[in-house]
Write a protein that binds this ligand. Structure first.
Ligand SMILES: *Cc1c(COP(=O)(O)O)cnc(C)c1O
Length: 371
């Protein structure tokens, strides 16, 4: 006989999902209404405005997608890339590799710029690739590499894309609300993010914004977008269409309530305050973990405050420690990925997780479980 599911409340300090604020969970428990109900349509408008606030953009094409961050990545490539188009993808971790795989599957001509894991995307290498490939159409990179805890210089990379006549695709799934992101000031063309990192809403939705230039490129395609579900022009008829919205899919109504509340909380706090809080909590984490003998992996000048790679000390069984943190302290932290598998823990300080009580718990629990 099955019974209702009652998850044990956990403290989420891994690479996502992050802790969800009770206000967001409360919003999601409100009555479900129709996805074309005038009240829901008003909510959709408000969500788009709040997204523009968080992305720092006036882009008209700014909307949530009813699917997780990976779908926003796929939507970026599906809409901008046609078969045979040359695309430069910067790789310094797992998510850059996934971008490259998207280009392959869309039959684009893939050029990769490889960077060592744990380091930034090197603008000099990118410029060399742009010079060597004057016919490249798109430059894609990850702003905040969650697999390595590295921030790349999105401002410089977007400027290079513009200088060499490329459109930029910026993955800021982990960046948004955690570190500075200025879509308009940096002239980023397609930028996407997710709900479950620094926005602290549950996973399942993503956010995407297209510059006018990128939108024009989508309109000028010779072939239809190969994904029906992620075709931006069809999606916009649903998310725009003043008074005449056409049914495309049924939006996850209650998940949108949660997204709205999470975005509202970012606006209430103020975007800069949110960036500063992540930075300040990161500094507290550094002080705490250093005091129990743990070291950070990534150079402080380009380290993500919201995702911290910590070296596993000699003789410590990393998986056993994570297991004990979960079973004895209800605390989740992340394992290393790819080149860092077995060598690091990934400790997230994202959104509502970036607060003192979490850091104190993490420090004392780690100390206890490493003994
Ligand atoms: C989490 C993440 C994604 C994928 O988001 P999902 O919601 O897990 O599909 C993409 N890019 C980066 C950098 C991420 O951290």
């Amino acid at each position: 006989m099955s019974s209702s599911f009652h998850p044990t409340p956990r403290t989420l300090m891994g690479p996502g999902p992050s802790d969800v604020h009770p206000r967001v969970l409360g919003a999601m428990a409100k009555a479900t209404i129709g996805h074309l109900d005038p009240e829901f349509i008003a909510l959709m408008e408000d969500i788009k405005d709040l997204l523009r606030y968080s992305f720092r953009t006036e882009n008209k094409l700014t909307l949530p997608l009813s699917a997780p961050g990976s779908a926003a990545m796929e939507a970026s490539f599906a809409n901008l890339v046609e078969a045979g188009d040359k695309v430069i993808v910067c790789i310094n971790g797992v998510f850059g590799m996934r971008m490259a795989e998207n280009v392959r599957r869309m039959n684009g001509e893939l050029i990769t710029v490889e960077n060592e894991w744990g380091t930034q995307v090197d603008p000099e290498k990118v410029e060399a690739a742009l010079k060597a490939n004057p016919d490249a159409k798109v430059l894609a990179f990850v702003h905040a590499e969650t697999s390595t805890g590295v921030r790349s210089d999105a401002k410089t990379l977007c400027a290079l894309a513009q200088e060499y006549g490329c459109l930029s695709i910026v993955d800021s799934v982990t960046g948004l609300a955690g570190i500075e992101l200025e879509v308009d000031a940096w002239n980023a063309d397609v930028t996407y993010s997710g709900t479950q990192k620094c926005l602290s809403a549950p996973p399942g939705i993503s956010l995407i914004t297209f510059s006018d230039k990128a939108a024009a490129q989508v309109k000028a395609r010779n072939t239809p977008v190969q994904s029906w579900f992620l075709d931006l022009s069809l999606l916009m008829a649903y998310w725009e269409g003043d008074g005449a919205r056409t049914y495309h899919h049924t939006a996850p109504v209650n998940a949108m309530y949660g997204l709205h509340e999470a975005l509202l909380m970012v606006q209430e706090e103020g975007l800069e305050n949110s960036w500063n809080r992540h930075r300040a909590m990161h500094e507290v984490l550094v002080e705490n973990l250093n005091s129990i003998g743990l070291e950070f992996v990534v150079d402080a000048s380009y380290r993500l405050p919201q995702l911290n790679l910590v070296k596993i000390p000699e003789g410590v069984d990393e998986a056993a420690v994570r297991k004990r943190l979960l079973s004895e302290f209800n605390l989740e932290i992340g394992a290393g990925l790819g080149a860092f598998a077995g060598k690091v823990w990934r400790i997230g300080l994202m959104g509502y997780s970036a607060r003192q009580e979490n850091i104190q718990l993490c420090t004392s629990a780690l100390k206890h479980c490493m003994r």
